[in-house]
Design a protein around this ligand. Structure first.
Ligand code: FAD
Length: 540
């Protein structure tokens, strides 16, 4: 587990400005880390953010239809009671501008901007074994030296733009959904192509369809999606949420996935078929993520139970989509429901009943080339004015590995993780002292409502730093044996989940050459938090 080393006076490089903590990123994680380390612990903090605004995910993902799919009233910070009481969410699943507005409000309310340098990418970080400090370099050549380096770079922030032959010769407008222009894209009168049918493509399709002259959706893998059932909040909803907030936040910290709800502990097989159907129908009507865990406890691990829920969704697709051929094309058959990130939607399947929307199967007829005027598959050529890449992210490790990180003894993170990421609790990496990764691989991260996981991590790291400061220690590092035990446990527990067998970004399958491994911890928050608490209880 953690080892500490006695104080060693820093032999600071004159050129590097000394601070206590460098934070990389200014999304939910970076913002809270600035507040926690600077305002609550009195440390000198410098944060860097590539974007020219704060908000992370909600700064970059401005594509039409972008919304959260955790409900707003718990997809937010819980650390400040007045913040929660003052902020008004307009409805269940707000769109990107509202969430970006909330995160800007947080930055202003706690005066966080003065510690965040925007438009600045961190390019390199090197640990000095003699001084126990990180030297951090930015794209502008600036250098700072920090005792602690906090990665808040995000699990879903390195946009994945696939290498498709001819991509650069397209003469129309080409855009990745996570790098969407601030002025938006005017789709009126345009022929639009959209590649990718994950959560983002599913959110964007109905909105682009309603604006464009024509939309062609290029689908490699069909996806299961459940209706979101978005609704505006009435004043009495707002009042009830605020009255209940302490309990809501408490439940988010205790439940397996950071939601204020607890899964039903009932096997699909213990319920007769008609009753099962009624339960699934009720969940479908209610909408949202609950479909995965709000009816039965075995959908993520038992293939037979999962198949019942999967077929229920396929039947909904068949009942919604008028053209039987299109409906069958939209029905996923090669992965179980929930083994990829489960999207929720507003009017996705029904969009394929519109005259101006076509679905193209690029599994059977792959894209061969992007041309100057559109796109050519093995079967046909498509003329397009706009090409939208809804192709997701190099998830979990992409943004961290883009930084040239050198740990103790000059060991590079890229080499250490060559066969896949291994961490201690997703918080630390053996060989990289004083580096902390907020929601790193090996933690529940993307399998939770993330602000809850983020606050937990930042608080754990802050407590660790406080302990070290109070005890005059300057170096903390996961031991190799503790890391091996944790990483093996992460792999063992994932092996029993249906996620392990699907080709999704959870296992890195969307990035050519990426080592395959279930990156997030699938054991749930309670078990995970208990392990984090054990480490705190351990005193060397
Ligand atoms: C479209 C979309 C919808 C989502 N909806 C939900 C949801 O409903 N519920 C949920 O729980 N999660 C959702 N997520 C996941 C979401 O990423 C997290 O909820 C949360 O926003 C992550 O916050 P973060 O601060 O950890 O990372 P991010 O918000 O990704 O912020 C990381 C920041 O670090 C910056 N950065 C990275 N590398 C560097 C560098 N080298 N130098 C400087 N800056 C750098 C990036 O520019 C980015 O702004 C969604 C993700 C997407 C993409």
């Amino acid at each position: 587990m953690a080892k500490t080393v006695e104080t060693h006076e820093a032999d600071r490089d004159e050129q590097a400005r000394p601070v206590d903590v460098v934070i990389i990123g200014a999304g939910f994680a970076g913002l809270y880390a600035v507040y926690r380390f600077r305002d609550q612990m009195g440390l000198e903090v410098q944060a860097y953010e590539t974007g020219d605004g704060v908000g992370g995910t909600w700064y970059w993902n401005r594509y039409p239809g972008a919304r959260c799919d955790s409900e707003s009233f718990y997809y937010c910070f819980s650390f400040d009671r007045e913040l929660a009481q003052d902020w008004e969410w307009s409805g269940k699943y707000p769109e990107q501008p509202e969430i970006e507005g909330y995160l800007n409000h947080v930055a202003d309310r706690f005066a966080l901007r003065r510690s965040i340098q925007l438009s600045t990418r961190v390019t390199r970080a090197r640990f000095d074994d003699a001084t126990h400090r990180w030297e951090v370099e930015t794209e502008h050549g600036e250098r700072v030296s920090a005792r602690y380096l906090i990665s808040a770079v995000g699990c879903l922030s390195a946009a994945n733009l696939p290498e498709i032959s001819g991509r650069d010769q397209f003469e129309g407008e080409l855009c990745h959904t996570a790098r969407w222009p601030k002025d938006g894209i005017d789709f009126s009168g345009k022929r639009v192509g959209l590649i990718g049918t994950g959560s983002t493509g599913i959110q964007a399709t109905p909105v682009i369809a309603s604006q464009a002259d024509h939309l062609t959706v290029f689908q490699r893998t069909p996806n299961f999606t459940v209706p979101a059932r978005h609704a505006a909040f009435a004043p009495e909803d707002q009042a009830a949420i605020k009255r209940d907030y302490d309990d809501i936040f408490k439940r988010t910290r205790e439940s397996p996935a950071g939601f204020p709800y607890f899964p039903i502990d009932r096997s699909t097989h213990d319920v007769p078929p008609e009753e099962r159907e009624t339960i699934l129908e009720g969940l479908w009507e209610e909408g949202g993520f609950k479909f995965l865990w709000g009816g039965f406890n075995d959908l993520t691990r038992d293939p037979a139970a999962n198949e019942i829920a999967s077929e229920f969704i396929r039947n909904k697709i068949r009942a919604t989509v008028e053209d039987p051929e299109t409906a069958e094309l939209l029905c996923p058959t090669c992965h179980p429901y929930g083994s990829k990130r489960p999207p929720i939607d507003t009017d996705y399947y029904v969009s394929f009943n519109r005259d101006n929307v076509d679905l193209v199967d690029i599994k059977t007829h792959p894209i061969e080339e992007i041309t100057a005027t559109g796109l050519r598959t093995a079967q046909e050529e498509y003329d397009l004015d706009v090409l939208v890449f809804a192709t997701g992210f190099d998830a979990m490790t992409g943004s961290l590995l883009k930084i040239d990180i050198e740990g103790s003894g000059g060991v590079r993170l890229a080499d250490t993780w060559r066969d896949g990421p291994r961490t201690f609790l997703g918080l630390q990496i053996a060989g990289f002292p004083n580096l902390f990764t907020v929601t790193g691989p090996g933690s529940p991260s993307v399998l939770t409502n993330m602000p809850v996981a983020i606050e937990h991590h930042v608080n754990w790291i802050a407590d660790c730093v406080k302990y070290m400061t109070d005890n005059g220690q300057t170096c903390v590092e996961a031991t190799q044996s503790a890391q091996d035990a944790w990483a093996d446990h992460v792999a063992d527990i994932a092996a029993g989940s249906l996620m392990a067998s699907s080709n999704s970004w959870y296992v890195g399958a969307n990035i050519p050459g990426k080592p395959r491994a279930v990156a997030p911890y699938t054991g749930g928050q309670p078990q995970y938090r208990a392990r984090c608490d054990e480490v705190v209880a351990f005193r060397p």
